[in-house]
Design a protein around this ligand. Sequence first.
Ligand SMILES: C[S@@+](CC[C@H](N)C(=O)[O-])C[C@H]1O[C@@H](n2cnc3c(N)ncnc32)[C@H](O)[C@@H]1O
Length: 275
Amino acid sequence: MSEAKLESMGLYRNIDRVDADLAALGVGPDDPVRVDQLTSFDQFHYEGTAAVDDAALALGLGPASRVLDIGSGLGGPARYLADRTGCAVTALELQPELHEAGQRLTSRAGLVGQVVHLNGDILSGPPDGAGFDAIVSMLCFLHIADRTTLFASCAAALKPGGRIFIDDYMQLAPLQPDAATALAEIVHCPYLPDAATYAAHLTSAGFVDIEVVDKSDDWSAFVGARYDAFRDGRDGLVRRYGEPTVAELDTFYGTVAELFDGAGLGGARITARLS
Ligand SMILES: C[S@@+](CC[C@H](N)C(=O)[O-])C[C@H]1O[C@@H](n2cnc3c(N)ncnc32)[C@H](O)[C@@H]1O
C-alpha cells in the first residue's frame, strides 16, 4: 500500500491548470462554460466521452434515471451524462480540492439542478437517500484495496435490480517488483485483482449478470498515444502550466504508459446488476 497521499498523484495536483486550459479557449475564470468546452480536460479516465457514452448506453440512462458517480474527479463524466441523457447525477468525490473545482464547473455549466456534488468517501457508505437506479465509476476503484466494503457500499446505494458500470484496472499477469512499486507509489493503486477475482468480489456483494470486458489493448494504445501527444506538446504545456506541473504530469503519464506496455497491468470494463 502506498504511504503517500492520493493528493500527491501527478494527475490530481495543480488543479488550477483547468483555468489555464479554459483561458487557452478564451474562457475567463468566472465565465459560463459549455460541457463540450470542458471535455478535452475534465475526463480523468481513458477514451474520453466515448467511454461515458458506453456507460449511458449500458445503463440505459434517460431523464428519469438517478445515477451515483463514484470518484467523480472534476465532474466531467457526471456533467456529460446529465447533459447528454437528462439524468440526475450525484457526484461523490473524496478529495476536497477536486470536489470544489468540480462543483464550480458544474455551476458555470448551468447544471446545478441536475448534478449534485458531494465531498466524501464511498468506503463510509452510500450517500443519504440512496436508492439509485445506477452507479457509474470510471477509474476510481483502482485506488481502493478494500473491495468488500466498497462493493457493500455500492450494493447499499442501489435499488434492487440497479446496474453498475465500472472502468478499472485488473491484473493480466503478476507484476515484477519494480512495476508493482510504481503502480502503488505513482498511480496509487494498492490492489490489482485478476478478472475472475474481480467478478468474485462483486458476486459476494450480491451482484449478478457480471460481465468483464478486457480493455487492456485499447487502453494500452490510449495511454501510449496520450504520452506521445503530451511529449510532442510539452513546450506549449510548459508555457501554459509551468515546468513543475508538466514534470509531475510527465512522470504520471509516462509511468501509466509503461505499466500498460506488457508489465502485467490491464484494463477492465465491468457491468453487473444488483440481484
Ligand atoms: C482517475 S480519477 C477519475 C475521475 C472521474 N471518474 C473521471 O473519469 O474523470 C479517480 C477519482 O476517484 C477519487 N476517489 C478515490 N478514492 C475514492 C473514495 N474512496 N471515495 C470517493 N472518491 C474516491 C479520486 O479522488 C479521484 O478524483
